[in-house]
Structure formats: C-alpha cells, structure tokens
Design a protein around this ligand. Structure first.
Ligand SMILES: *Cc1c(COP(=O)(O)O)cnc(C)c1O
Length: 365
C-alpha cells in the first residue's frame, strides 16, 4: 500500500485557502467584487506591463536561474550586495525554504495564532511543530508573549509580519529592534515585510545583516504582481548560500523577473499606489465610523472593521458574499470579530460601502 511519509499523513485533510474562483463556482457567479486577498486594485505598473508584454514571445526560454539583473536592482534599492538577496516565487516560497533549512523534521517554530498562515503549513509539511503566542486584545502582535515563549521553547525560528496581516497593525522600528535583540540567540528571526512598501522606510527596522535575521519582501502587494509570483529575501550571504542549495533553479517565472525589474524602476507608480491605498483605508475608517463600528489602524492595503462578535463578523461576510462582495475575516480570537477588507479603487469602495451599509441595516446580522 502506498502511503505518504508519517509527517504528511498526520496532517488533517484541508484546503489551505478557498479562493474567489472556487466561491464563484459554488455560487454560480461570473464575477465578485474582489476585496478578499489584499491584491492590488491598482494593478501592476504600466511600465511593467509593457516590459512583460514585449518579452512574452520569449516565454519559451527559462529565466536566468540567478535572477541577477533583478538582484542587482534590489541590492541597489536596499544598499546591500546581490549576494545578500535571493529571489523566489513569492514570500510563500521563501518561507518554505526557511522552514526546510532551519526548522525541518522535529524542529520548532514560533508565531502568533491567527497571523498570516503559510509558515504554519510549511512547518507541518516539513514535519516540524509550531508553538503560538496570542495577539494582544487590541490586535497588535504581543512581542513580550513571543519573547517569553521563545525563552521557554527555544524555537529554531520565530516568525512575525510587520506590518501584520490580518490585523494591519505595525510595530515601530524600536519595538522590532528590541524584540530581535532580546530573542534567544539560537532563534532565527524570520521577518515578513510583505507590506513594507506601504510604510516610510525610516519607520521600518533599519538595514543590517546577521545570520539570525531573514527579511522577506514581495512584488505581490504594492507592486500589484501577485499573479506573477515573485518575492525575495534579504539575508546574510551565508543564509542566501543555504537557500541556493535547496531552491528550485527554475522556480521563478521569467516574465515575473522582467516585470519586477521594470516595477522597481517606476517609483512614481508605487507612490501613486501608496497614496491611493491610504485614501482607501481612510474611506473604510469613515464608513465604519458612520455605522458606529471600530477599526484597527492599518499600515497596509486593507482594513479590519470590528463587528463586535465572531458570529456577527461571519454572518456579515457571508451576507456580503451572497451579494457578490468577497471579503475575508480572521479566524482566531481576538481578531475573529473583525472583517478584513482590501483597498479597492474609488468605484470598488463605493460598491463595497453600498453593500456593507445594506447588509448592516437590512439583513438580520
Ligand atoms: C500576501 C502576503 C504574503 C504572500 O506573499 P507572496 O509573495 O505573494 O507569496 C506573505 N506574507 C504576508 C504577511 C502577506 O500578507
């Protein structure tokens, strides 16, 4: 009889993510207002689209396995050397490499219950164990709880996202630095900066290199290239060398390399997206205020609106879906009483606001 290895067989059957396509198939809809996955409503840079379109014919070629042009450009952006950058098919891919290299079978990883979930899937898939801290009641990452558990459990890897998803909350440069300094010295700090492009650089952890620190960035959010699947890690040359041993040499889409490079050269477009996103967040805060609901202050391209209880948040989400509006909600307390709405264009926001008001006033939620 054919069986997977025990670590995989022990994982309960699950679908990691029910996407909007599946929801459309289930409901027979041909379109949804797509505000559930923090995709950019503002698209990729027109310059990236042009560069990728021009190179489409060469999709018969593999990309440069070293992604060197892109790494050179990223090294200039982050004022480091290309040896300190590794490109992969998104942060999700980098996380898999980190877990495989630094956690592995029997190893321990530490994270916050209910935060961005991919790390936990990888830890289970590679036969490790995850231990959890909880969010603080205000929806921020509880760095002190993480530190306390880290001292007790001695995890080989500690993960947090800053800004965080799904809360949108942000830890200051000083708080992140203190957290890093106080972590046990045998724990690697895996810092997910998927939303860093929405935050002024001087508010982020300062650039420095140490084997205990791996930072991850992506072109999926502010650069609007989620479907191209491309992201990267900033790490010591030694950690990059480790990833080089195990990453797929052709794991990065050639067109994504081209689009990412062109995106980096279009800072005007990124600033436009950041401005539009700020406007979107403010619209959502105003909408919540109008309806007497609270929000978590967000530094990302989404906002969380407080519906008081997990049950109400779930029924509002389901009722919106019935009306063709796709949003999501955090699964674990204390954030499960919120719904999370991605930044849309002005038209998308207006459509969301109409449906949200209607659901809260007409439907019995
Ligand atoms: C969206 C998101 C990711 C996924 O990034 P990819 O580069 O698309 O894999 C990772 N981390 C967080 C916190 C995210 O919100």
């Amino acid at each position: 009889m054919i069986r997977p290895i025990p670590a995989i067989e022990a994982i309960p059957a699950m679908t990691p993510f029910v996407g909007p396509e599946q929801l459309m198939r289930e409901s027979g809809r041909t379109a949804l207002l797509r505000l559930g996955a923090n995709e950019s409503a503002f698209g990729p840079s027109p310059k990236a689209v042009a560069a990728m379109s021009q190179e489409l014919e060469r999709l018969s070629w593999y990309g440069d396995p070293e992604s060197l042009d892109l790494r050179d450009a990223l090294a200039a952006k982050h004022r480091c050397s290309p040896e300190q950058i590794v490109v992969a098919s998104g942060i999700d891919d980098v996380m898999g490499l980190a877990v495989r290299a630094f956690v592995g079978p029997g190893g321990t990883a530490l994270t916050t219950r209910g935060t961005y979930p991919t790390l936990v899937y990888h830890v289970a898939g590679y036969g490790g164990r995850t231990v959890y801290a909880s969010y603080r009641s205000d929806g921020t990452i509880d760095v002190d709880a993480l530190l306390e558990i880290a001292r007790r459990e001695r995890p080989s890897l500690v993960y947090l996202a800053n800004p965080d998803n799904p809360s949108g909350s942000f830890l200051s440069r000083g708080e992140i630095r203190r957290f890093y300094d106080e972590l046990p010295h045998d724990s690697l700090f895996l810092l997910d900066e998927a939303y860093a492009d929405f935050v002024d650089e001087e508010r982020l952890l300062e650039p420095f290199f140490d084997d205990r620190l791996i930072r991850m960035r992506t072109f999926s959010k502010a650069y609007g290239m989620a479907g191209a699947r491309i992201g990267y890690a900033i790490a010591t040359a030694s950690n990059v060398q480790t990833f080089q041993k195990i990453r797929l040499h052709y794991g990065v889409n050639r067109n994504a390399q081209i689009g990412a490079l062109a995106s980096l050269q279009d800072e005007t477009f990124r600033c436009h997206v950041v401005d539009e996103t700020k406007r979107a967040r403010e619209d959502y805060y105003a909408l919540a205020r109008e309806l007497g609901l609270g929000c978590i202050e967000s530094c990302t391209n989404f906002a969380c609106i407080d519906l008081g209880t997990a049950e109400r948040a779930t029924s509002v989400m389901n009722e919106l879906l019935r009306r063709g509006v796709w949003i999501r909600k955090p699964g674990a307390p204390p954030l499960d009483r919120y719904v999370r709405v991605s930044a849309g264009t002005a038209e998308m926001r207006a459509e969301f606001a109409r449906a949200f008001r209607a659901v809260l006033t007409e439907a019995s939620v």
